[in-house]
Design a protein around this ligand. Sequence first.
Ligand code: ADP
Ligand code: MG
Length: 287
Amino acid sequence: SIPISYFGGIGRASKEGVLIKGGNYLDVLYQSNVFVFDKTGTLTQGEFKVIKTVSATGFTKTELLVAAAAGEHYSNHPIGKAITAYAQQDVDETRLKNYAEIPGKGTQVQVDDQMILAGNRNLLRDHQIEIADSDEEGTLVYIAINGKLAGYLVLGDQIKDNALSALQGLKRLGVKKTVMLSGDNAGVANQVGKKLMLDEVIGDCLPQDKVAAFEKIKVENKDGKTIFVGDGMNDAPVLAMADAGIAMGALGSDAAIEAADIILMKDDPMDITKAVDIAKYTRRIMI
Ligand code: ADP
Ligand code: MG
C-alpha cells in the first residue's frame, strides 16, 4: 500500500505543473544528491538564433543558405528550425531525397544530384572533410555541398531565466554535485557551465557518450540517487537509465515524456527544485 502522504506530495507537485509517475519517485527525489543535466532545451531555452553566416571561398551567401535550408528542411531539432526560419528559402520537396538525421551530429539530404551536409565537425569528419579549429563564440553548423565546405552558420541560445537560482536551490537542499552533458561543442558547453556554476561539464557528447558518462556518474554515486534532467532530444536513453528521469514536457519530445518518470509541464528548471522540496516535506510528515 502507498502511504497517504504520497498522494499529498504528488498532488502538490501537480499543482506546480510537475507530473510524477508514482510515489516511489518522491522517495527517489528525497534521496537525490547528484543531478545531471542536458544543456539545450533543458538549462538553455533551446531557441537558437542565427547570429552570423560565413561562406567559404567560391560560394555565395545565397548558395550557402539554399543548401542550409534544404539540409534542415525536415529537421525538428531546435538548430534545424532556427536555420529554416533564418534562411527564408522555398524548398521544393519533390527534389529532396534520402534525408537522414544523424543524432548529435546533424543532417544529410540529397537535392537532385547534390549531397548536402548540415552539422558539426564530427559530421563533416565522417565525410573526410576536416575543419580547422575556430574561435567563433557559439554553436557552429557547417554546410557541405558534394564533399566541399560551403561555409558555416553561427547560432546562439540563451540560458533559461531560472536556471541559476534552480541550481543554487538544489545545492541548498543538500545536492552535492551538478553536472551538464552536452552534444554542443566544448567551448559553448563550458561557457554555460561557468555561468551556472556547475560542478562538472562534458561537451562534444554523442548520444552514446552521454549514456557512458551518465552510467559512470551513477555507479560512482554510492550514497544517494542520481537524477537526469533532459528534453529528450537525443537523451531519451539516459532519461530511462536514471534513478529518476525528469523531462521537459512543453518543448520536449513524446519520446522524452514516455521515457521520463517526472515531467515538467512548464519547462521551468525551478520546478525541479520545488519537486525536491516537496519530496523532502512529504517525507518529513510521513516520519
Ligand atoms: P544537446 O546535448 O546540447 O542537447 P544535441 O545532442 O541535440 O545537443 O545536438 C548536439 C549537436 O549536434 C548540436 O550542438 C549540433 O552541433 C549537432 N546537431 C544536431 N542536430 C542538428 C541539426 N539538425 N543541424 C545541425 N546540427 C545539428
Ligand atoms: Mg538536448
